[in-house]
Design a protein around this ligand. Sequence first.
Ligand SMILES: Nc1ncnc2c1ncn2[C@@H]1O[C@H](COP(=O)(O)OP(=O)(O)O)[C@@H](O)[C@H]1O
Ligand SMILES: [Mg+2]
Length: 252
Amino acid sequence: MLNLQNIDATYISADQKLPVLKNISITAAEGEFVSVIGPSGSGKSTILRIAAGLLKPDSGSVFENGIDMTGKTRLVGYMPQQDLLFPWKTLLENAALPLLAAGISKKEAYKRVEELLPVFGLVGFAAYYPDQLSGGMRQRGALLRTILIDSKLLLLDEPFAALDALTRITMQEWLLRIWEKFRRTVLFVTHSIDEAIYLSDRIYVITQRPGENAMEQKIGLPRPRSKKTVTSAEFALYKGILLSSLGQANFE
Ligand SMILES: Nc1ncnc2c1ncn2[C@@H]1O[C@H](COP(=O)(O)OP(=O)(O)O)[C@@H](O)[C@H]1O
Ligand SMILES: [Mg+2]
């Protein structure tokens, strides 16, 4: 469904050339949950920007369902690393934004948001402003907004990185339920090994910058997964494999 082929990318700032990605190839089949894991600064967010068509790679291609989408912006369910809800808009207004931008009437857009509030644990909070919501609620609101976008592809950039450990685990479980319900194809970026194993069908490990494919690991843990999954021997086995691939004792 999504196919990134031999991607090279460089940032240029103040006459400096910064090679960020080198010959990166990543695929995700329809309905598959794929994660990309790698050290900080290895180019993970850049991969998502390229997948979303917001950035054109120096070379290589992005195919979506076999169609070349390299450097083409389109309506895609992309949630950037710092996804900000506008502080002066309510949760309802924030969540409805992409629908309104797509030309859908306010009435219809609000209806669609309201239908999803129960799924996202946000019933009763539609009229709240972001600073009246907890961190977890804000993230769920941002995800609701992303999922409302009529795109089969979800690109999520470390959506839980800013949350405390307990909220993070709850949100991971919740994301799995959502994914099982909506069955979108997900490309998920994280620098947490546990999070990647728990959520994914397949994981790509990338190296330090410039990010290159280091390894690819299929995660055969049965679904539906739960808190118990993370205490299984199989989980520990995957963790060992990924840790040694990342090759750094101090990697979080
Ligand atoms: N717009 C930009 N201009 C110049 N350098 C950038 C830009 N965005 C990111 N970088 C640099 O590119 C490298 C990779 O960034 P990024 O893709 O955000 O990595 P990651 O998400 O893995 O932490 C980092 O060294 C970062 O500082
Ligand atoms: Mg990043």
